[in-house]
Design a binder for this molecule. Sequence first.
Ligand code: MN
Length: 239
Amino acid sequence: MTEYAFAPPAPATVAIAGETARFPVRRIFCVGRNYAAHAREMGKDPDREPPFFFTKPADAVVDSGAVIPYPPETSNLHYEIELIVAIGREAFAIDREAALDIVFGYGVGIDLTRRDQQFAARDKGRPWDWGKAFDQSAPIAPMHRIRDGQHPTQGRIWLSVNGQIKQDADLTELIWPVPDIISILSRSMVLKPGDLIMTGTPAGVGAIVAGDKVAGGIDGFGEIAVTIGAPVAGSSRVA
Ligand code: MN
């Protein structure tokens, strides 16, 4: 039996709608610029180039209902509402026609983004990690298991800040639909149970500050609500 120098952290998990069991998170892949209007608002051409990916650490997940401290090293924190795909079976280089067979379920989440850090990295050709992969940067609502082969191909996806609608689109606007995303991603990685894919955000992203209440949802796949809290206080002492 393996001995550890200290107790390993508990697995990161997200909730499953209607169940007490939780979905253990292995990795989080995120698709960049997957809605044309959002690509344009980011100053990019929405031509159908192959999708590109970035990642967040598994332990960036946080449940709906959380108060998320305003993150450090930014003055431009953005929300991005997204359809989340949860992978339930292993696959490598799977065809798009078979790709949905490995889906465990779907949910809604927010790709919190330090936009100033992301743009600084983008402009210098550096990695996006500091803009995307910070603590508690992936609030995710309970996953909905696939029932009766129902996969979301259409439906409203929306986000509000303090009750005011900021993002309002439809899943039909995805440049790369879920089967394509899974198939393409699986050519680069062996996908395994526990992997999550954040599929990109529609137009209307913007800044949020401490005290803001952020809500969102996808028709038939749940809703999410989080509050942005005060920044975490620094300390000169080791915790
Ligand atoms: Mn995103």
